[in-house]
Design a protein around this ligand. Structure first.
Ligand code: ZN
Length: 369
């Protein structure tokens, strides 16, 4: 058995339109062509790179599962689904915040969720050891009734809840290393003790008002939500320290039956929507750590679901390093910016500050239990 790779061309056809928001267009601001930072190229170029190197041919390539109305209703209210479908049929538009879609966006979003659903289903069934789902649009910002931050459906929650109902899946840990806070996943599972949600993110980036370390869950879910808000500028060493000091001990304590990673590549050093300094090697090393934890804790059951990442040049290399690490492949796509990104890594007093911050967060998180 080899790692599964789930993709579908239709996901690359999701369109947000010429929707500029990084700067307010008007007045003296000339409109920006293709202003929506979330576009198909990062994802398509990742798949293309994997094809060129031969990595894609090593994997077990599969397509989406059908996502039924029942699958969607486990996470989203009927009122939202109906309004989304109506506007999608009518030509598209915007129902939330920074989440525009074109005609047919509803169907494409269900294909994206269907990739996550199929990946979780086949790993839980033991058909695949682990898997990567190249979902688009992403899912981790989507609230049950409010699309947000390019996310139209909560892909991971839809996949996990389907596997719970259909296959008796039990405890799930979701590690979100997209650079933005996984507020949607957090909200969906905030009061539940069957799902551990961990988000590593740039403090105060997006959303600006969520992701605090003190947000630990409520009711039965108290202690089952962990936020790791990292300072802008965090690089390779501090990301791995956060994995070793916070994520891995939390996984050990929780003992999941499945680990899912909300896998964004926007913590990379050249990403236009964040200010972090992770490298392709950082993502590979984080993947190896989670893979090792999955092997020890849950028979290796691990699914990575694609989220953000906005550098058309760098996402393919970060993604290739990640998927090669996941599958244990020896095929490499050498990081074309390796020397430059290594030279930019935090050093001296700033490096010490970042490592101290990880230590301080670890103490705060585990002191509260
Ligand atoms: Zn992101």
């Amino acid at each position: 058995m080899t790692t599964g790779f789930f993709s579908d061309e239709r996901c690359f056809w999701h369109a947000g339109g010429n929707y500029a928001f990084t700067l307010p267009v008007g007045g003296l601001v000339q409109p920006v062509f293709g202003g929506l930072p979330e576009n198909p190229e990062t994802k398509r170029r990742l798949k293309n790179l994997m094809e060129v190197t031969g990595l894609l041919a090593e994997l077990d390539r599969r397509g989406p599962a059908e996502v039924t109305r029942e699958d969607l209703l486990r996470v989203h209210p009927a009122s939202y689904l109906d309004e989304f479908k109506r506007l999608s049929d009518a030509g598209g538009g915007e129902l939330g915040l920074r989440t525009p879609f074109a005609r047919g966006g509803y169907e494409i979003a269900t294909v994206s969720a269907g990739l996550a659903k199929a990946a979780v289903r086949d790993v839980v069934a033991g058909e695949l050891p682990d898997a990567y789902a190249l979902s688009r649009p992403p899912g981790h910002h989507c609230l049950p009734d409010f699309p947000n931050g390019f996310c139209l459906l909560a892909n991971i929650a839809i996949a996990v809840e389907a596997a719970r109902d259909d296959q008796g899946l039990g405890r799930v840990a979701v590690i979100d290393w997209d650079v933005h806070h996984g507020n949607g996943t957090e909200a969906i599972y905030y009061d539940r003790d069957d799902t551990l949600t961990i988000s590593l993110h740039q403090e105060g980036n997006y959303p600006t008002d969520t992701g605090a370390v003190t947000d630990r869950g409520k009711g039965a879910g108290l202690g089952h939500n962990i936020n790791v808000p990292l300072p802008a500028g965090t690089g390779h060493k501090a990301y791995l320290a956060a994995m070793d000091r916070i994520v891995l001990p939390a996984l050990e304590a929780f003992r999941p039956d499945l680990i899912v990673v909300a896998c964004g590549f926007d913590a990379a050093v050249v990403d236009p929507l964040a200010r972090m300094q992770a490298t392709a090697e950082t993502f590979a090393q984080m993947t190896l750590r989670v893979k090792d934890a999955a092997r020890r804790l849950c028979g290796g059951k691990l699914v990575l679901v694609h989220e953000g990442g906005y550098s058309e040049v760098y996402v393919p290399f970060a993604g290739h390093a990640t998927i090669a690490a996941l599958s244990g492949s020896s095929i490499e796509a050498p990081d074309p910016l390796a020397a430059a990104v290594a030279a930019r890594q935090p050093r001296g007093r700033f490096d010490a500050f970042l490592l101290d911050e990880v230590e301080r967060l670890a103490e705060e998180i585990f002191a509260e239990g």
